[in-house]
Design a protein around this ligand. Structure first.
Ligand SMILES: NC(=O)c1ccc[n+]([C@@H]2O[C@H](COP(=O)([O-])OP(=O)(O)OC[C@H]3O[C@@H](n4cnc5c(N)ncnc54)[C@H](O)[C@@H]3O)[C@@H](O)[C@H]2O)c1
Ligand SMILES: O=C(O)CCC(=O)CC(=O)O
Length: 355
């Protein structure tokens, strides 16, 4: 057994179909009395349902969450929280909404109660992202870790199939990189393998039967596990490439993860053979990179950057940004690896097999 450090995170997770019914109980347990309910414009209906459940404990609704948390939106939401005297943020939605709650908590220390409706896993991490002048910056702060998470599979039944698949592969990406993280540990390894397997099992069923509550529960269970891994161990090349492509070129988050993951994993294959074997086993595949691309392709997800808005003329700049400020990675990818990263991005742009 290798040496390791494992630090548990102070969170409460309530999981189960219909568990939204416990919202008032969980708000009381936080000692909160004036919750600001957060959502995207598209999910305002769910925010209104949550506010109605909270009754007098709802201070108001802020429904302008958007992807990558623009600093302007963060400042607006912080001001609304202050004016309403909010003592808690209730984020019902995906990573964008949870991310807005994190921006408020980063500034005020307000506790967050997260109600995830995608598989992004942000609810399980102390990682935040803020975008200013076209540059996305991420950081870690214990204040942004949601205190309580209510996972109700009923709420993800309305998640479109396409986003269900890509958001599920976003979650798998957290676990895959966690298996070769510089600070990996046996607890996270176990959660990563179980999380990958649960999501890989669930996605084909969701594609055929989006209303299948057992498959939705499996996917959300996998998202919880994979998000926990992301919250506990470091990100590497894959996440760096996705933050570069998402933040600097405004590409859709979950789709970028889906396209890039097979190629990033292939780049690390020789440097992380144990992780490759564990990922392949969890997928039920012969090869981790090929198995990940097949999971996307066979479930109708995009496999090429050119199909999700990337421009060929931006590939050079993307490679330069990625190697300019690299994350730790089992295979170093600083400026000396710029050509290899550029070649990786070309394969991802064209939708070629990973190698
Ligand atoms: N900090 C972290 O640990 C972390 C982890 C993962 C992702 N993120 C961030 O989260 C953002 C992406 O989050 P996401 O992929 O969950 O997408 P999202 O939250 O942006 O949601 C995408 C769209 O789907 C809609 N939607 C979400 N759930 C729905 C449902 N159940 N039914 C119908 N529509 C629904 C949303 O309203 C939105 O319009 C990015 O900014 C990413 O950087 C952060
Ligand atoms: O919170 C962010 O926007 C940065 C962390 C993140 O998005 C993790 C991921 O890439 O899925």
């Amino acid at each position: 057994m290798r040496d390791f450090v494992y630090t548990s995170q102070p969170q409460r997770v309530v999981f189960g179909a219909g568990s939204l019914q416990h919202l008032a109980r969980e708000i009381e347990a936080l000692g909160a009395r004036r919750a600001l309910v957060l959502s995207t414009p598209e999910q305002r209906g769910q925010a209104e349902r949550v506010a109605a459940m909270l009754g007098a404990h709802a201070a108001g609704i802020f429904d302008r969450a958007v992807m990558h948390v623009p600093i302007e939106t963060a400042r607006e939401a912080r001001e609304v929280a202050r004016k309403l005297g909010a003592d808690c943020a209730v984020a019902i939605g995906g990573g964008s909404t949870t991310g807005l709650g994190k921006a408020i908590a980063l500034d005020s220390g307000l506790p967050i109660l997260a109600i995830p409706t995608t598989y992004a896993g942000s609810e399980m991490t102390p990682i935040y992202g803020l975008t200013e002048a076209g540059l996305k910056k991420t950081g870690k702060d214990p204040r942004v870790l949601p205190r309580t998470v209510i996972y109700d599979p009923e709420l993800s039944r309305s998640l479109p199939v396409g986003l269900s698949v890509t958001s599920g592969i976003n979650a798998i990406a957290h676990a895959a990189e966690g298996l070769y993280a510089q600070d990996s540990n046996p607890v996270m390894d176990l959660m990563a393998q179980e999380g990958i397997a649960a999501i890989a099992r669930a996605l084909p069923v969701i594609r055929r039967q989006p209303d299948d509550i057992d498959a939705r529960a499996d996917a959300l269970y996998g998202a919880w596990l994979c998000g926990t891994v992301l919250g506990n161990v470091g990100m590497a090349l894959h996440h760096k490439l996705c933050h570069t492509l998402g933040g600097s070129f405004n590409l859709p988050h979950a789709e970028v993860h889906t396209v890039v993951l097979p190629h990033a994993i292939a780049f690390n294959a020789e440097a992380a053979p144990r992780a490759m074997a564990l990922i392949a086993k969890a997928l039920g595949a012969e090869s981790a990179p090929a198995g990940l691309q097949a999971l996307a392709r066979d479930n109708g997800a995009p496999v090429a950057l050119k199909d999700i808005g990337m421009k060929a003329e931006d590939l050079d700049r993307a490679a330069d940004i990625a190697v300019g400020n690299p994350y730790w990675n089992p295979r170093p990818f600083g400026p000396a690896e710029r050509d290899a990263i550029r070649a990786l991005l070309q394969r991802a742009f064209d939708g070629d097999p990973p190698r």
